[in-house]
Write a protein that binds this ligand. Structure first.
Ligand SMILES: *[C@@H]1O[C@H](CO)[C@@H](O)[C@H](O)[C@H]1NC(C)=O
Ligand SMILES: *[C@@H]1O[C@H](CO)[C@@H](O)[C@H](O)[C@H]1NC(C)=O
Length: 338
């Protein structure tokens, strides 16, 4: 089922600068595409090219929809490849800190996108998550840059959930919240060659807050550098949670530079003390490894594994960890509650 595109390569050139002029590209009107449910879609790639800077307007009323850059439902079962190829050094949402707080709830959404390559994009000064990936399959982010100030709240770099097969590689994420955050239902995430910081590090979770969260399976974080962040690599779940599972999560070849809590499993995650710590988390964590993690940390605890007392962590492997505390107090090397 899909549109019949009469063009081999569909190139969209958006040349916006700071104006609020938006353009709608209508493939039905312009290219006589048909959504009749019968015609097979072309097997040729669709290329979405963005040249220039797309800047968010200061007035949030400009947005009819609270989200401002959305790729929705590019789920083309007959199409071999959809390429969202955006030209070099683009900025989405460049704004000053003061203006950022006034802008609508916009972030780039990738919903139900299959077989996509997204590269050479900069997202800057987003109000909330810079990128949200939901329901995607086989999507790659390459040479992707996130640039948000350290004090910006809730500005995760790339948030992912309910997707299968996402690759984030050779990218640079500077932000105020998690560089990469992994939500429920995420399967087969491969992160390689990402530098993260400032921000809150690379996180799986927090899990267990909502009923019916999908399992997390196959998270591979490799060859990354984390600098000046609040946390390094962590897995977190709420106490008194709904049940769930997260397994097969591996963190390997990570360089830490002045990082707080470089290795952290926190199943008593309770950021504003608004939870019942007497009831353990019901999220079962299993098959986890932290290997070859080196560098310096800014907190006394270099490795902290706080697992659920009712659903203890299963099969946790730590190997070749070399973290040095840079500070006045002695390093408390290892805190383990399993
Ligand atoms: C995954 O997506 C890429 C495009 O980024 C495509 O070239 C590749 O064939 C896709 N792989 C599969 C298994 O569909
Ligand atoms: C490791 O990451 C760096 C970028 O930080 C990249 O240049 C290099 O190719 C990556 N190594 C592998 C084996 O992918």
């Amino acid at each position: 089922m899909g549109l019949q595109l009469n063009v081999v390569v569909l190139s969209l050139l958006l040349l916006f600068t700071s104006t609020t002029k938006a353009e709608v590209f209508d493939i039905v009107a312009k290219y006589q595409a048909k959504a009749d449910g019968k015609t097979d879609i072309s097997t040729a790639p669709i290329e979405f090219k963005l040249q220039g800077t797309v800047m968010a307007p200061a007035d949030p009323h400009f947005f009819k929809d609270p989200n401002w850059v959305v790729f929705n439902n590019i789920d083309i079962s007959h199409c071999l490849e959809v390429e969202l190829l955006m030209a070099k050094e683009q900025q989405l949402g460049a704004r000053t800190t003061a203006l950022r707080t006034n802008i609508a709830n916009h972030f780039q959404l990738f919903n139900f996108v299959t077989n996509a390559m997204i590269r050479d994009i900069t997202t800057k000064d987003s109000k909330q998550f810079n990128v949200n990936v939901l329901g995607c399959k086989n999507v790659t982010f390459e040479h992707f840059t996130v640039s948000n100030p350290e004090d910006s709240i809730n500005t995760d770099g790339i948030h992912l959930g309910r997707s299968d097969g996402v690759y984030i590689q050779y990218s640079d994420i500077k932000t105020g919240d998690d560089c990469i955050s992994v939500g429920d239902g995420m399967k087969n995430l491969h992160v390689n060659g990402v530098s993260c910081g400032p921000g809150h590090g690379i996180s799986v979770g927090s899990l267990g807050k909502f009923q019916g969260e999908g399992p997390i399976e196959g998270i591979f974080i490799k060859n990354c550098t984390i600098t000046g962040t609040q946390n390094g690599v962590r897995i977190k779940s709420w106490p008194a949670s709904y049940p769930g599972t997260a397994s097969d999560m591996h963190f390997e070849d990570i360089k830490m530079d002045n990082v707080g809590n470089p290795i952290l499993i926190d199943q008593e995650y309770c950021p504003w003390n608004l939870c019942n710590l007497k009831m353990p988390s019901k999220i079962k964590l299993s098959k986890i490894s932290f290997k070859n993690i080196k560098g310096t940390c800014s907190t006394k605890e270099a490795v902290k594994l706080v697992c659920s007392s009712s659903h203890p962590c299963d099969n946790v492997e730590l190997a070749n960890i070399d973290l040095t505390y840079k500070g006045p107090m002695d390093l408390q090397h290892l805190v383990v509650q399993m």
